[in-house]
Design a protein around this ligand. Structure first.
Ligand code: SF4
Length: 440
């Protein structure tokens, strides 16, 4: 736990001089405790207090950063064991490893990883990092050619090979996985290239003792990994999170190298287990990017914030290029509802105007039950979207589950209401059989 506002306030100069931009020391203390300002904003704060605050604000699961620019990866800094206790903040880095033995092959495969993107329920899925695995090829050339829109991970057992790759791509701030690295190598890479490093050991105690030595030398971006079975690593990772959350024992995110699991299904299940047990980075061998979708979906679900409903922007969505004779549908801004309804309309290939009402991100029936999807909200949506200027008719299609709204909506809006399907899966066939004469 960080310091509370009152704990900080007691240690401030209490002159209320306002040099920090706040009206009084107490206001500054409150803002500082909630992370809205920085200790440096108070010029009169003692160095000792600054240090005390920055120490107290560190999460026991340390934040680890690597990569740069659009490929910046931030993992760790988690505060809870279970997502529902607050939220998980930083998704694990999902990396695909490619061998350097054939540089042409490397270029093709890394490009396919770099270009892979998929949208689901308003969320874009993609791979976070390309990991280059040394297998006798030109490691430095592969590092130089690796896509810059993905973070870089360098995997080689020989420190000299890593050193050459770092010289070839000095600004990438990669994660280095090198079992043969000495403490001096790690300090050198960390200071000169701002790399993150993975530490390997046979026990938790060993990992902590190595991390202690490195922290003293200002090496901060560390991953843990154990020389053990996957099961033992999962147990260690859980124990580590527990001791961090319950006893504030400092720890680091774990990296899982799953390259050596041959069976694709077993590998995917192992990756999902690692993700559920607090992995900070998961490295998988190259395969069709689409085969990663189950893992990406799981990651997106586990790391979504349970305190905020997943929602899309309310407004007007054009599907299949509608014109002024096209039907108008309305639903709520829960992203899954939007995703299902818009996908079904797209599949039908029929042009439709889809209106999304602002119901605070709740699904249709939840919104209706809470009186957030009613005649007033629908009327407001019709007016705010300006749909009346885009179509020549005044007919609105609503889901049959909220058919009871028909009369009140017609009275409030002056629009005719047509009752559509109850389930989004029926929209496509409903639209194909829809009598357009009803809109005249
Ligand atoms: S600058 Fe420091 S001493 Fe002055 S009001 Fe802000 S917190 Fe108080």
């Amino acid at each position: 736990m960080g310091m509370t506002g009152l704990q900080i306030y007691k240690l401030l100069p209490k002159t209320n001089c306002k040099k920090c931009g706040y009206g009084a020391c107490l206001a500054f203390a409150m803002a500082l405790s909630s992370g809205k300002t920085k200790a440096e904003q108070c010029p009169d704060m003692s160095e000792q207090l600054k240090l005390q605050i920055s120490e107290a604000s560190l999460t026991p699961v340390r934040e680890v950063v690597f990569g740069s620019g659009e490929a910046l990866i931030k993992v760790g800094a988690e505060k809870v064991i279970y997502r529902h206790e607050e939220t998980f903040y930083n998704k694990p880095c999902l990396a695909v490893s490619i061998e350097d033995s054939n540089i042409d092959n490397f270029t093709v495969q890394s490009r396919s990883i770099a270009d892979f993107k998929m949208e689901r329920a308003g969320v874009t899925f993609s791979v976070d990092a390309v990991a280059i695995r040394h297998s006798g090829g030109d490691f430095a050339a592969a590092a130089r050619l690796s896509p810059r829109n993905k973070a870089l991970i360098l995997i080689a057992d020989e420190p000299e090979i890593i050193g050459e790759a770092l010289k070839a791509s000095p600004d990438r701030k990669p994660l280095i996985i090198c079992r043969g690295a000495s403490c001096d190598n790690i300090i050198d890479w960390s200071i000169n290239y701002e790399c993150a490093v993975a530490l390997f050991a046979s026990s938790f105690e060993e990992l902590h003792s190595e991390a202690d030595k490195l922290e003293c030398k200002n090496v901060k971006n560390i991953f843990f990994s154990l020389h053990s079975t996957l099961k033992e690593r999962l147990i260690a990772s859980s124990a580590s999170r527990r001791s961090a959350v319950y006893f504030r024992q400092r720890t680091y995110p774990f990296v899982y190298m799953l390259n050596d699991i041959i069976d694709e299904d077993v590998r995917l299940i192992s990756a999902c287990a690692a993700l559920m047990r607090y992995a900070g980075c998961i490295v998988l061998p190259f395969s069709e990017p689409a085969s990663l979708l189950p893992l990406l979906t799981l990651s997106s679900n586990v790391y979504s914030d349970p305190r905020r409903p997943a929602q899309v922007e309310p407004g007007i969505y054009k599907i299949n290029e509608p014109d002024n004779t096209s039907p108008v549908f309305i639903t709520t801004n829960f992203s899954l509802t939007h995703f299902l309804v818009s996908s079904e309309i797209e599949v039908s290939r029929k042009p439709v105007w889809l209106l999304i009402a602002d119901t605070g991100g709740t699904s249709l029936l939840t919104a209706w039950a809470a009186d957030k999807f009613n005649a007033e909200i629908i009327d407001k949506t019709l007016r705010e979207t300006g749909i009346g200027d885009k179509v020549s008719h005044r007919t609105l299609v609503i889901c049959s589950h909220v058919a009871s709204l028909k009369k009140s909506v017609e009275e409030k809006t002056g629009w005719k209401v047509i009752i559509g399907t109850g389930d989004s899966s029926g929209i496509s066939s409903w639209l194909k059989n829809f009598n357009m004469e009803l809109l005249r």
